[in-house]
Design a protein around this ligand. Sequence first.
Ligand code: ADP
Length: 445
Amino acid sequence: MNVLIVEDNADVRKLLLYTFEHHNCTVTEAQDGQEGLELAALHKPDVIISDALMPRMDGFQLLRALKADPALQSIPFIFYSSTYTGVEEEKLILSLGAEAFVAKPTEPEELWQKTCAIMDAWQVRQRKPAHPAIDESDEQYLREYSRIVASKLEEKVKELEVALALRIQAEDELRCLNAKLEQRVAREVEQNREKDRIMAHQSRLAAMGEMLSNIAHQWRQPLNNISLIVQNLQVEYEMDVLTRDSCREYVSECMEILAYMSRTINTFSTFYQPDRVRQLFELYPAIADALSLVREDLESHGIAYGIVNEYDSCVNGFRNEFSQVLLNIIVNAKEALLMRQPPAPKVSIVCSQEGASAVVTVSDNGGGIPPEILDKIFDPYFTTKFMSQGTGVGLYMSKMIIEKHMGGRISIANRADGVDGVDGAEVTIELPLAPPAASDGRAAV
Ligand code: ADP
């Protein structure tokens, strides 16, 4: 069967084309009534299936033009419309000589079935007299056609007005939503800034607390020495054995110790001073600085420590902040070791390189981190330490410093083959190497 499909919607056209071709029909497509009329004259199809509303020439006009042409008027015409679905419209369509009216949308397969049925009925009717020829000046038709088109246009205009009103309302709502969203984003950003400020403040407080506790550690021995010297002075004086020289010696010893104590304060306060500018610095001395601050503390708890410097690596960033990160990690390792009390507690630091990165690992044999909290320990305020002992900001701030300030990466993992083959945690810091990086191997304590 040769089918001419007249339809301005390309998707509907394609669907009908596939369906009819699937049933071995030869299909010709036209985009509007005008083209439909030309193709009908050219191909003389067995049936025409036409949409109603189309540009240039609509379905009514096409039907009228076909029925007015003696060469084309006998081609069965199926009106396929979603616009003109009323009884009046159907009456007019049939009165113009269409074989049938099918309302859109109809499943393609169903349309095919209906087309076959319509064609069968048409064959039977063919034996009866054909439709009367259409009179071009048929006033009745023109009146009816104009009324239907006008009423459909009115409906369309109303639909468009409603759609427009809805669209305007939706746009207003969208604008309102956008404004609210912007306000919310601004509020969130401000809250985040505030949170960061608070965290930085807490981290400073924690650092200060650490500094005081380290100073206290460093001062314990010299204070003890001064107390012994003063007691000696008193005893010697009371026993009347204090000479001018021994008195001078005691005073000078005291002065030396006091100078050492004062240096300790300087060292710590410089260490905790925030960096103002980025600088090129070598990792090994910055790590050694951090270690020197807790050296006595570690020793006093019997914790061994060591740095292996496989490569002298130079990076670009904030030296003091980096040392504070290291101090944080070492203190965490110390606390884990004090909790777990392994037979030979140890903290090991290795500086190495991998490709374009300097890599620093800090491992301990303090038992490691329970797997269920591994993905939380970089969260702000996450701590497993009792009450005042932990703030939970150490690793969070370390991550900020390494990843946000210095463009590196910090991660933590458990190692079953940790220090001396005992379970423990290993923190890895990777930082982009600053050129030129020296590359001779070197090992240190
Ligand atoms: P805080 O030390 O104040 O608790 P951190 O952010 O520095 O805060 O550490 C978060 C948590 O990570 C700690 O409470 C601890 O449970 C865990 N942790 C960090 N380092 C280690 C480590 N070396 N061994 C075991 N647990 C660790």
